[in-house]
Design a protein around this ligand. Structure first.
Ligand code: 13P
Length: 264
């Protein structure tokens, strides 16, 4: 089963107009492997799908300047049709601007803005209904991990997402343990693989074998240029959602870790 390696850069609430242009220049000048470089391994992985997610206000400029083989994502969108919702950005607006992807259910929104599993599920449903592709995030807190409830937590989050998906080709599942986000404390490759495998089993048992085999499950949480290769070597890690390091030139090294798949 071909699962194209996926590397997302979540810029979060960072950057000035000048800084954003500089990051785009670095991305545009990067030499990244072609499909030929990585497409001949036993799993026929082709070169990574790269999606960067600037803050809303920079989306048009980034989309306008970014190389055509990389794409952009919004970091959120409103749960239903736009209207009298001050401060919100609707899925219709993203479609209107030609933004193909949206990140939904990020842990920072779940914890800081109280987004529940159901609310995230409703957002997923609405975004998908308009043809947007969704990076849907799940992940446990340190307390949940230490109390042994990691799988129960991510399964409940995934269930609320899955209940709203009928076409899985437009969904990437991002496993982002909260304790690893922005902390410099990355999950070990074994810890990441363990949860990714469980998530794939969950998809197998609750959605179907084909969806489980074809859906990209990506890891996020303190991924950097130094740890990405070992993580990418895990069989059920299909790419990354990168925060801090996506603002730096080492993001290119993370993209290049896609080549690890062809060497497995
Ligand atoms: O939240 C993340 C990506 O969505 C991960 O952030 P860091 O890579 O900064 O830990």
């Amino acid at each position: 089963m071909v699962r194209k390696f996926f590397v997302g850069g979540n810029w979060k609430c960072n950057g000035t107009a000048e800084e954003v242009k500089k990051i785009v220049t670095v991305l545009n000048e990067a030499e990244v492997p072609s499909e030929d470089d990585v497409g001949n391994g036993p799993f026929f992985f082709s070169f990574a799908e790269v999606v960067v997610s600037p803050p809303f206000v920079f989306l048009p400029v980034v989309k306008g300047l970014l190389r055509p083989d990389f794409h952009v994502a919004a970091q959120n969108c409103w749960v239903r049709r736009g209207g009298a919702f001050t401060g919100e950005i609707s899925a219709e607006m993203l479609v209107n601007l030609g933004i193909p992807w949206v990140i939904l259910g990020h842990s920072e929104r779940r914890s800081l803005l109280n987004e529940s599993n159901e609310f995230v599920g409703d957002k997923v449903a609405y975004a998908l209904s308009l043809g947007l592709k969704v990076i849907a995030c799940v992940g446990e807190t340190l307390q949940q991990r230490e109390s042994g409830s990691t799988m129960a937590v991510v399964a409940a989050q995934t269930k609320a997402i899955a209940a709203n998906v009928s076409y899985w080709d437009n969904v990437v599942l991002a496993y982002e343990p909260v304790w690893a986000i922005g902390t410099g404390k990355v999950a070990t490759p074994a810890q990441a693989q363990e949860v990714h495998l469980e998530l794939r089993k969950w998809l197998h048992d609750n959605v179907g074998a084909e969806v489980a085999a074809s859906t990209r499950i990506i890891y996020g949480g303190s991924v950097n240029g130094a740890n990405c290769k070992e993580l990418a070597g895990q069989p059920d890690v299909d790419g990354f959602l990168v925060g801090g390091a996506s603002l730096k030139p080492e993001f290119i090294d993370i993209i290049k870790s896609a080549t690890v798949k062809s060497q497995l």
